[in-house]
Design a protein around this ligand. Structure first.
Ligand code: 9MR
Ligand code: ZN
Length: 571
């Protein structure tokens, strides 16, 4: 019956919720022997008492839940919540919380860097040597070489280096990269005031915001994934995932897997976006990114058919990032290029694809349609410098109205889900999938977007609740960010964390989180069938289906933290 709190803390002006929960079944209503919680200082002075409001059975958690709202406490400081004689973990009330969190979340990307030594002055005790510098070969030539059909000297070799390791594995995947970059570049575009911190990375101090320096490292790698005709390779990995070794010890051949139309669409889109974001800092790079985007868009026009990617058809054993449609990638690419060029044909294509899409508000790696919405509404969503309203063409106005409508419909659904379940996460049972924390945070981004469009505080409050869940208001009592909060998970499925021989875990990694259909052996062994979705979690390094880390699970957290940090300044 420990009270669950956001272990990082609460912004002074935001909603503050603590939870008390009792595991039970749907048919029983347990009783509590207390009616109130107390908010106390760590020294034990209790300064506020608030009632526990019963919220009923939360089916996603298997708990009967009571909520206490202590929003009226706005004074900065460190506190605990007392529920009878049980105390919560300590937490802070502070204006800087999400700014501090964002430094860790962004620095994680530096720790994912491939193809460069991480020097001690930037990485501290987590310094490590350069990895993955060998030339890269093509998949079909690699297979022919294996069977003796092609000798090694006759194979084409490419020097493709840099970028971020995707996750706990060392693969580099185009669609995953584009997704993470979109979250972060849009976070910067909408809330530049939340990205003023020095990340202590090699490029720090060069006059460009560090978050853009960090993203540039990924973009420079991504540019190398484009083929001469504008196609883009789906991924660059070894044949199978490496053992649990440090990246520089992974010496297996690195291979380029075939072009997919998802990769081409995402590439075109994110390069177009990058050309706008980087233009004020580096016009040469902006031109290069735009030219690359146009070239890949040309490829899409010449290849109107879907070109998917499946591991099973080629025999690759690393991450798949498979998809059954490229409609959303094509839509996003078209919209980004409309934003860059103003040419009607791109808007017409976006509108056509929008009509074919059932729910164009998705912000994850598989369905990225919502990014087209961000591109379309960019001018309204940018908070600084304040943009003057430009008169839109009738076609753009029509699409804008439709897009705003679907975004607000989805945001209203999320508000109502958050009210339905006691823990306040806008998560239905089916949302607890592999990487459920991405679903949670993508909802946080959607709610942030709805708030920017309407200034309606209900969207802000529910966005806060998503962060509360991530950082401790959940049925397993963990903060899902390493190093953040008194009870943060510590054993991510991450080769580097396991192989580096250092007890401390690199801070700032978002865990994938609970998965109601556990997909790895240790999870299968330990999670009893029928466990409520929110409790299907183990802090175990081996659990890749519950507790891995990836760049695109950190990136939506970066967006939501930047949003909350921006809004607190206006409150
Ligand atoms: O994030 C991906 C998740 O949505 C899928 O269900 C899962 C299984 O296909 O794969 C996840 O992506 C992994 C990728 O394939 C390889 N790098 C690690 C990623 C996170 O687990
Ligand atoms: Zn590497």
């Amino acid at each position: 019956m420990k009270p669950y709190v956001n272990q990082l803390g609460y912004l002074p002006q935001s909603k503050k919720t603590a939870i008390v929960a009792v595991a039970t079944s749907e048919t029983e209503t347990p009783s509590l022997d207390i009616t109130n919680i107390q908010v106390c200082t760590p020294a034990g002075d209790c300064i506020l008492e608030k009632p526990l409001i019963p919220k009923g059975f939360d089916v996603t958690a298997g708990d009967y839940v009571w909520q206490a709202d202590f929003s009226e406490l706005t004074e900065c400081g460190t506190y605990i919540i007392q529920a009878g004689n049980v105390s919560s973990y300590p937490f802070r009330i502070d204006t800087e919380l999400y700014s501090e969190l964002n430094v860790l979340l962004c620095k994680m990307l530096y720790f994912q860097r491939c193809g460069m030594e991480l020097e001690e002055k930037y990485a501290g005790k987590f310094a490590r040597p350069t990895c993955h510098m060998n030339p890269v070969v093509l998949w079909d030539e690699y297979l022919k070489n294996k069977t003796g059909e092609l000798d090694a000297d006759s194979m084409q070799k490419f020097n493709i280096r840099g970028g971020w390791h995707d996750a706990g594995d060392f693969g580099r995947y185009t669609t995953a990269a584009a997704c993470a970059l979109a979250h972060i570049l849009y976070a910067y575009r909408f809330f530049p005031d939340s990205f003023t911190q020095d990340l202590n990375i090699p490029e720090s101090g060069n006059g460009i915001p560090d978050i853009l320096n960090e993203c540039r490292y990924e973009l420079d790698w991504l540019l190398q994934m484009q083929t001469a005709d504008g196609g883009v390779y789906h991924k660059l990995t070894t044949e199978r995932h490496a053992a649990f070794v440090m990246p520089h010890e992974d010496l297996d051949p690195m291979i380029l897997l075939p072009v997919s139309s998802m990769a081409v669409g995402d590439f075109a889109a994110v390069m177009a976006l990058a050309s706008r974001v980087y233009r004020p800092f580096d016009a040469t790079f902006a031109d290069k990114a735009l030219a690359a985007a146009l070239k890949s868009y040309g490829w899409l026009e010449q290849h109107p058919e879907f070109l998917g990617f499946r591991n099973s058809t080629c025999g690759s054993g690393t991450g798949e990032y498979g998809d059954s449609t490229d409609l959303d990638e094509r839509m996003w690419a078209a919209m980004e290029l409309y934003r860059c060029t103003g040419e009607d044909k791109y808007l017409a294509k976006t509108s056509e694809l929008f009509e074919q899409h059932k729910k164009p508000t998705e912000l994850g790696w598989a369905d990225i349609s919502g990014f087209a919405g961000w591109a379309l509404l960019e001018n309204r969503l940018m908070t600084a410098p304040k943009q003057s309203r430009i008169r839109l063409s009738d076609a753009e106005q029509a699409l804008t109205d439709r897009y705003i409508k679907v975004i607000l419909q989805e945001a209203d659904r999320l508000v109502s889900v958050s009210e339905t379940y006691g823990y306040g996460a806008a998560m239905e049972i089916n949302d607890y999938v592999w990487g459920s924390n991405m679903v949670l945070l993508n909802y946080g981004m959607l709610l942030s977007t709805a708030y920017l469009l309407t200034q309606d505080s209900k969207y802000f409050d529910v966005a806060v609740r998503q962060m509360d869940y991530l950082l401790g208001v959940n049925a397993v009592d963990y903060s899902y960010v390493t190093g953040v909060g008194a009870h943060a998970y510590e054993h991510p499925h991450n080769r580097i964390t396991e192989a580096d021989g250092i007890d401390e875990t690199i801070p700032g990694y978002v865990s994938g989180g609970p998965n109601r259909r556990p997909g790895d052996p240790v999870a299968h062994e330990n999670i009893v069938p029928g466990t409520p979705p929110m409790k299907c979690f183990l802090d175990h390094w081996s659990c890749y289906s519950l507790n891995e880390i990836t760049i695109y699970w950190n990136s939506p957290a970066i967006f939501v933290a930047a949003f909350l940090n921006h809004i607190r300044k206006t409150q």
